[in-house]
Design a protein around this ligand. Sequence first.
Ligand SMILES: *[C@@H]1O[C@H](CO)[C@@H](O)[C@H](O)[C@H]1NC(C)=O
Ligand SMILES: *[C@@H]1O[C@H](CO)[C@@H](O)[C@H](O)[C@H]1NC(C)=O
Ligand SMILES: *[C@@H]1O[C@H](CO)[C@@H](O)[C@H](O)[C@H]1NC(C)=O
Length: 346
Amino acid sequence: MSMECFVFFGILTFLLTTNRADALDCLLGESCVLPCSFQPGAEVIVHWIQLADSPAHSYYHDQDQLGHQNPRFSGRTSLFKNQISGGNASLLLSGVKVEDEGRYKCYTSTVDHNKETIIHLNAYAPVRKVELQQDGKRITCSSEGVYPKPAISWSTDPPSNQNLPENIKVQQIGQLYNILSYFTSVPDVEYNCTVSTGINKMAATLFKQTSLSGSSAETTMRCTSSKSTPTGIIWRFNHSQIIVSDGSVMEEWRQQVKSVSTSGDLTLKDLSTDHDGIYTCELRNAEGTYVTNTFLRIEHSQVSGLTGGGIAGIVVAVLAVLVAVLVVLLITRKKQTKETSSSQVI
Ligand SMILES: *[C@@H]1O[C@H](CO)[C@@H](O)[C@H](O)[C@H]1NC(C)=O
Ligand SMILES: *[C@@H]1O[C@H](CO)[C@@H](O)[C@H](O)[C@H]1NC(C)=O
Ligand SMILES: *[C@@H]1O[C@H](CO)[C@@H](O)[C@H](O)[C@H]1NC(C)=O
């Protein structure tokens, strides 16, 4: 290996290791290990300090020394006792809070060496779910309980330039953020909304509405063909009524729901024109949420006993009317004859 190459890789390794040691992402509310190692030796001293000067945890004389600990860390810190002698001074911090964010110094010393390591803790709550709801022409995209402050963006297919930042509302509940944005939809456009933080992002997609004429006996509607396994599936009728939610069928729909496949396709049976309307499948997986709308119209093609009966009914009604008219005509005739004859008598 040439000298330049050696220096280059040396710098690269240095940059990578310092970067990695520098930043630590800790999930809010969970436990997190702040790594720190040292050359083993006698008379170990460990001080963990949140900079500038908030003592988090100390250890010397072979035991924890928490007399000067900042009360914010009370009951939330510990070292891996059985590993200290091996040079492990990592700090286990439980119930991570936003206030725990910042730089930490790990100071270690033994009879032979001392060392300082700096680590930067970032707390986060990832985007776990993006909701896409439709109310008339307005589509609302939202996500809750995210930290740090998330961003939201829309894209459409075909592309549109309606992307107004004033349509974004951010609300802070405690330390977590809720974000919401809405879009006025037009037909035949696919909408994609993405909520992101520095840690992760999730998208929700609303596909173009499709139409289907279904048979009243049995009709199957497709959900989204998703690459990864769905973690949740909800079917709705006319944007409001829930039909099936994560495998459980609502009471009012028991008669109609025949099955829901593992990929989310819904098969309905015993349908009437009351079931005409928009069926929405909302599928969630690791990447996001996919919303598919299908406009279903039930076909009335069946010539059954009911229709035959209808025709017979009409025939009977027409006959009845004819008979009634005849009877009325006959009666009036008789009356007129009677009246004529009486006048003749007078
Ligand atoms: C110290 O020990 C803990 C617990 O076994 C481990 O999770 C951590 O990675 C170790 N840290 C170092 C720097 O060796
Ligand atoms: C939605 O947008 C995001 C971000 O641009 C992208 O990663 C994702 O693939 C898109 N999803 C669909 C279904 O278009
Ligand atoms: C559902 O929506 C369709 C189309 O908007 C409408 O014609 C139908 O009356 C609605 N059905 C119910 C039960 O609300």
